[in-house]
Design a protein around this ligand. Sequence first.
Ligand SMILES: Cc1ncc(COP(=O)(O)O)c(C=O)c1O
Length: 371
Amino acid sequence: MKTYSDLNTPERILMGPGPSMVSSRVLRAMAHPLLGHLDPKFIELMKEVQELLRYTFQTQNEMTLPISGTGSAGMEATVANLLEPGDSILIVVNGYFGERLCDMAGRYGATVHRLNKDWGTAATPEEVDAALKANPAKVVAVVHAETSTGAMTPLEGMAEVVHKHGALLLVDCVTSLGGIPLKIDDWGIDIAYSGTQKCLSCPPGLSPVTVGPRAREAFHQRKTKVANWYLDLTMLEAYWGDDRTYHHTAPISMNFALREALRLVHEEGLEARQQRHRENAQLLWDGLEELDLRLIVPKEYRLPTLTTVAIPEGVNDMEIRKRLLDEYNIEISGGLGIFKGKAWRIGLMGHTSRRENVSLLLSALSRLLAR
Ligand SMILES: Cc1ncc(COP(=O)(O)O)c(C=O)c1O
């Protein structure tokens, strides 16, 4: 009979686009004895998770909660709750995740208008203004940090333009929350989602979402039921809000992990954390340029959390990544979509964003690329 050995996973240095490395404090939190999901102790914890999420999102939004599911579940929840068949949405498409938003919105019967930008660049509020003049929409969706390209779309001034046209601003914060400045309330963002496995440095499995007053109002104005039962945010709020009405069984241990990961964010402080991400990214960028590697995204849009590097002519993408993993225990990632085979993606998110990781990767790359 076949026997199965003990699980024995290597401790990788996770420098890809996510998941990022997880602090031992978060892993220990996951190992706590399980509670029932309506246990008063768990209910207390749910409240703390919500408070810490509000801090991290920089919002007062009551409806702020982690959806059970990965970042795509948050994406789908926001799309499904805002859109009814026949509604229009304008989506800024400057990478792979903008494309995914188009696919999802189309599946919920929305008319999708695209504002296409080259991969590695970002749209401006003026361009969004012009696109809305041409095609009015109920919702405008923007990916704050495009993990497929390493480009950041500046959001200051975006909501003013969107609101001027009577639309709502939906933001994907999967690779920005907890790593770079993100001010939900100050920037007027109506609804946003993220994931736990990037700059929050928690395993994948939950998707923090926050909903402001205008988006809530849009939920109330719906003529049809949300077409996705599991992701109906009004029902989820009854579970996460004061009523604690049973909806589904929350993944208990994942919420233990998220509480600890958010506690780490809170202890460090958002500004110090952002500064750490900026400094380590700068070290990485300087080191890569010293190795004569070309950074794809111009500095004005470049994300400190995710760097795309052009793979030099004649270098075998797969071979270098395999050797990094086998010989140095380091994971980086290849390109997605049109960057497949052309770029490497290097993540410096959350617990991965440390000087020693940058130094190790640079010295490994310098050896592997020496010709
Ligand atoms: C910007 C962005 N949006 C959405 C997602 C989807 O998240 P998940 O893979 O956790 O479902 C990702 C994942 O990498 C992402 O980077």
